[in-house]
Design a protein around this ligand. Sequence first.
Ligand SMILES: NC(=O)C[C@H](N)C(=O)O
Length: 322
Amino acid sequence: MKRVLVLHTGGTISMTQEDGVGVSLSNKHPLGDKFLPLPKDIELVVEEVFNLPSPHITPKEMLLLKERIVKAQAENFVGVVITHGTDTLEETAYFLELTLKNNLAMVLTGAMRSSNEIGSDGLYNFRQAIITAAHESARDKGVLVVMNDEIHEARFVTKTHTTSVDTFRAPTFGPIGILSKNKPIFLKDVIEEEVYPITTVEGTIPIIKAYAGMDGTLFDLLTERNVDGIVIEALGAGNLPPAVLPSLEKVLQKNIPVALVSRCANGIAEDIYSYVGGGVELKSMGVMFVRGITGPKARLRLLVALNANLDSTSFRHYMTEI
Ligand SMILES: NC(=O)C[C@H](N)C(=O)O
């Protein structure tokens, strides 16, 4: 028998829709009542870790999940499926990717339509996630996201549409696999992450999105608040308006780590431009260019780096050499 641990955490996959009320969480998990056609050699062990809409999930819940999966390693499972709200699913997936090293298949899934809506995708995604987690080819691939018959790696997957079932994409790199009716088919290898099994998630790390005409106000406010780090979603290839620079300089002088990604959906941030506020200047000021991931993921990476107590060389290496 292939034992798969199912960890429910809430989200639309756990919700029902009521006319005049809206979509809300059910006390009893709606997937539990549904017929789930699975191969006979798969045995499920189901736990509800919490029951939250995913905007209520914080790194503390992510840490709880991580600890549950660490225990699962000694419990004879081949894989773990985590059902999760889609709004922050990619963040939980990436946090687990950065903090867990094991040989289990780890798969997150969710739904864009609640359990009783027409065309609900929850039961289908759940089944495909279980099939993936039970398959040996999904082991040693880090944390995967299975939605809409596609398999994505945690590092690059992101929610791109507010309501469509075809919402999870990896804009620059594409999916790493697809699902046929009864098995996962992997098309690409994944890059192995440096793992830090942190046990705390302390630190305030806001994200600032750059825009035309931006000045240093937000940076000044955050410097006064003594934040532990800042992530900037910069313009284009990794540039900022010149009016930001004096305030950014003050942030860096206070030794607050600043990580930079691009606000573009595709591509990677680099030090290409040498005009005032361009990437060349930002990098020489000490801003860490984080390649290819989104702002929320750079924020989690910074949180992991801070809680792993890395020395300054390893810290910078971890943030920039990904
Ligand atoms: N489709 C979903 O799961 C969205 C929901 N708001 C959540 O993230 O909990």
